[in-house]
Design a protein around this ligand. Sequence first.
Ligand SMILES: Nc1ncnc2c1ncn2[C@@H]1O[C@H](COP(=O)(O)OP(=O)(O)OP(=O)(O)O)[C@@H](O)[C@H]1O
Ligand SMILES: [Mg+2]
Length: 261
Amino acid sequence: MNETNLLEIRGATKLYGGVAAVTDISFNVQRGEILGLIGPNGAGKTTLVNMISGTAVPTRGTIKFKDEVLNGKKPHIIGKMGIARTFQVVKPFQNLTVLENVAVGAMFGKGGVKRSSAQAFKRGEEVLQFVHLENYRHDLSESLSIAGRKRLELAKGLAMDPEILLLDEVMAGLRGTEVDEAMDLIRAIHNYGITLLVIEHVMKVIVGVCQRVVVLDYGKKIAEGTPAEVTSEPAVIQAYLGKRYVANQAQGLTQEQSPLE
Ligand SMILES: Nc1ncnc2c1ncn2[C@@H]1O[C@H](COP(=O)(O)OP(=O)(O)OP(=O)(O)O)[C@@H](O)[C@H]1O
Ligand SMILES: [Mg+2]
């Protein structure tokens, strides 16, 4: 086994009818890193996370976690192996409290195998403290703000005690200091020893927390490298801004700042 690679994605492809959501994507996630996954809307980021977490089965290619092939495994099995994810469209159990939602995560993840329900609630309390939601623990999850629901998604994933946590836009809809707080939280999770795959549109976040970045466009991988490397790649700038912007920039016709900076 390659000790440094926690996840190995090889030729991953997902077709929906005639539509290729993801085409022939390969990359590794190394143990202990924070890897960013970026790309314009519809690039295939969520589909890739769906394939890793078992909510979608690859049409072609293989996805391995610690040398074990994940293709065809059910999400709850993959969760127990040590992979947790958040959902872009948050999915709390509406009629459960915040704490109950997190306790469910604590029962079903890698750490859940040997936990009683009392221990799951205890773990839930700890995680809620970690994400600063402890004051809301007895509220119904549907009463939370958007920022609160995003934190709850994070807490549910963390409560599973994953080795790798896949974050699908946990900062969408957050503003100003909320983004800074969420970045601190990601760093704290990383310091805790958890490997992270972070999907985020806010480039400040990617540059601020990721060591490496993979860029997708129209279902294909178009770049991979450090944040500085990928944000200076013409193909990446073009994917975000269109061909005309790149042509204009080459001719010095615009002073407009790249949104990738
Ligand atoms: N279940 C599905 N059935 C059919 N098409 C799908 C399905 N899921 C995704 N797609 C299509 O696959 C492509 C990639 O979608 P995906 O949601 O993975 O993109 P994304 O990079 O996460 O986008 P966003 O930034 O908007 O979240 C899109 O064209 C989308 O319409
Ligand atoms: Mg998405």
